[in-house]
Design a protein around this ligand. Structure first.
Ligand SMILES: [Zn+2]
Length: 426
C-alpha cells in the first residue's frame, strides 16, 4: 500500500455552478491524501495533517485542479492540426481522410497514439473521449498506449461504410470488429468503449441501424458522434433524411439518442432537438476552437442552459487549434459572448473536468478531486509567463482562474499526476 499526501491550494468544481450554489470546492491551504492512486481524504491542511503524522507530504506550488477531461478529440488528426483553407466537408476530403488512410499501417498508429497521449498529458489532460480511425487496430494502438500510461481513455472503432475508398467498412465488418473490440477491451485498465459512427453522412441507414443494435446489446458502452456542426453539413443531412424532424432525429430513429450518447458540437440545433436531448439525457461536447477554425458558428450556451442540457468541453483536434483545455475554456468564453452568454471561469473549469466526466459517465471516478475518486490532478502555475505573473499577482481566485484560461496553455501546466503519480513534463 502506497500512501502519499500533497499540500497546496486545491480547487475543484464537482457540480455545475449554474444549478448548484455549493459547486465550488476550494482549500486555500489544502491537503490531498492518496492511497494506491485513490483520494482517501481532502480538506484543510491544518485539520488533516495531524490525523496522518507519518505520511510524507509533498508541497506543490501553484493551483491544484482536477486533470482535464477532453470530451471530443481525434488522435489520427494530430499531424493535420492547422491545415489551411476549408470548411468541414472539404477539409475532411482534402486534409483529414488522406491522413486517416495512413492508419492502415499499425506501426504508424502505434507511433501517433504514443505521441498523442504524451501531448494530452503535457497539456494536463488525463482523460479523453477519442475518435480513432475506421481501422480496428487504431483502437488497439490507442488502448495499448493508454494502458501503458494508466490513463482513463474511451474510444471505439469508427463506423463509416459510406466513407471514401480506403476508409470504408461495411455494416457487417463494422459490427463484427466493434463486437470483438468490446469483448477484448472490456474491464481492462481504465479504458472504456464507445460505438462511434463518424456522422450521419458517412454511414448508410443499415450501418446506423447496426450502431443502434450495438448500443442496445452493450449497455455499458457510450455512443460518440458529431451533430449539427456546419451549415452545409446540416443541409446535406436534411436532404439525405427528408422524413427526419431535424438532424438529431436522423440519429434518434436508429436508437442512437440516449443518456450514454455524446454528440460533438450541436451548433445548429432546433428547440425540438434540445428538448429531445434533455429528455433523453444525451450530452454535447462543446468544441469552440474547432467551431471558429472551420467557420462553423458559436455554441449557444444560453439555450443549452434553458433546456438544462448536459454539456462538457472538447478540443476537437485536429479541427480544434490547441490540445490545451485551458485555452479551449478561454475560447469558450469568447464564443459564448458572441451569442450573449458570459461563461463564468468556475463553470468553464467545471465543463473541462466534472462536466465532461458526466458526459463520459466517469463522474464517480474522476473530475471532482473528491474522496473515493482517482487521483488525477494537475498543478497550474499562475506565473508561468511574465504577463500571467503580472496579471495574477494579488488577484483573487476567480481572476487568477480566468487569466489562466485567457492567457494560459501548456506553459501553465507545472505538473500532471495520474493516479497520484507524476507524469508528463518533469
Ligand atoms: Zn470531431
Amino acid at each position: 500500500m502506497t500512501v502519499r499526501a500533497f499540500r497546496g491550494e486545491i480547487l475543484s468544481v464537482p457540480h455545475d455552478p449554474l444549478t448548484n450554489s455549493e459547486a465550488i470546492r476550494h482549500d486555500p491551504d489544502g491537503l490531498l491524501l492518496v492511497e494506491d492512486g485513490i483520494i482517501v481524504a481532502r480538506g484543510a491542511y491544518a485539520d488533516l495533517a495531524p490525523l496522518y503524522p507519518n505520511v510524507p507530504v509533498e508541497t506543490l506550488p501553484g493551483l491544484i485542479v482536477p486533470g482535464f477531461i477532453d470530451a471530443h478529440i481525434h488522435y489520427p488528426q494530430m499531424d493535420r492540426i492547422a491545415s489551411h483553407g476549408e470548411q468541414l466537408l472539404d477539409w475532411l476530403d482534402r486534409h483529414i481522410f488522406p491522413a486517416e488512410k495512413a492508419f492502415a499501417d499499425r506501426a504508424h498508429a502505434d507511433q501517433i497514439a504514443g505521441l498523442f497521449l504524451d501531448e494530452l498529458l503535457r497539456n494536463g489532460t488525463t482523460s479523453a473521449l477519442v475518435f480513432p480511425t475506421v481501422h480496428a487496430h487504431s483502437v488497439d494502438a490507442l488502448f495499448e498506449a493508454a494502458l501503458a500510461r494508466n490513463m482513463r481513455i474511451t474510444s471505439g472503432k469508427v463506423l463509416m461504410d459510406l466513407g471514401p475508398e480506403g476508409l470504408a467498412d461495411t455494416p457487417d465488418s463494422g459490427r463484427t470488429e466493434s463486437e470483438a473490440l468490446i469483448r477484448h477491451w472490456r474491464g481492462k485498465g481504465r479504458l472504456g468503449y464507445a460505438v462511434t459512427p463518424r456522422f450521419a453522412l458517412t454511414s448508410s441507414d443499415e450501418q446506423l441501424h447496426v450502431a443502434g443494435q450495438l448500443l442496445a446489446d452493450h449497455p455499458d458502452v457510450l455512443m460518440h458522434t458529431h451533430l449539427a456542426e456546419n451549415e452545409r453539413e446540416c443541409a446535406e443531412v436534411a436532404a439525405r433524411f427528408p422524413d427526419a424532424a431535424d438532424y438529431l432525429d436522423a440519429y434518434d430513429r436508429f436508437g442512437l439518442v440516449g443518456d450514454r450518447s455524446v454528440f460533438a458540437h450541436g451548433i445548429h440545433l432546433s428547440h425540438r432537438a434540445c428538448a429531445r436531448m434533455q429528455e433523453s439525457g444525451a450530452g454535447i461536447a462543446v468544441c469552440p476552437t474547432s467551431n471558429l477554425f472551420l467557420g462553423s458558428g458559436f455554441f449557444d450556451f444560453t439555450r443549452a442552459a434553458q433546456h438544462g442540457l448536459k454539456i462538457g468541453l472538447g478540443t476537437d483536434v485536429g479541427a480544434g487549434t490547441s490540445f490545451s483545455m485551458l485555452h479551449t475554456a478561454g475560447v469558450a468564453y469568447q464564443a459564448g459572448l458572441m451569442r450573449g452568454h458570459r461563461l463564468d471561469p468556475f463553470r468553464a473549469l467545471y465543463l473541462a473536468t466534472a462536466g465532461s466526466a458526466a458526459l463520459l459517465h466517469i463522474e464517480d471516478k474522476v473530475g471532482g478531486l473528491l474522496p473515493g475518486q482517482e487521483a488525477d490532478f494537475i498543478v497550474l502555475d499562475p506565473a508561468a509567463t511574465p504577463l500571467l505573473a503580472r496579471r495574477t499577482a494579488g488577484a483573487d481566485l476567480a481572476e487568477r482562474l480566468f487569466a489562466l484560461q485567457i492567457l494560459g496553455d501548456d506553459r501553465a501546466i507545472a505538473g500532471t499526476y495520474v493516479m497520484g503519480a507524476r507524469t508528463g513534463r518533469t
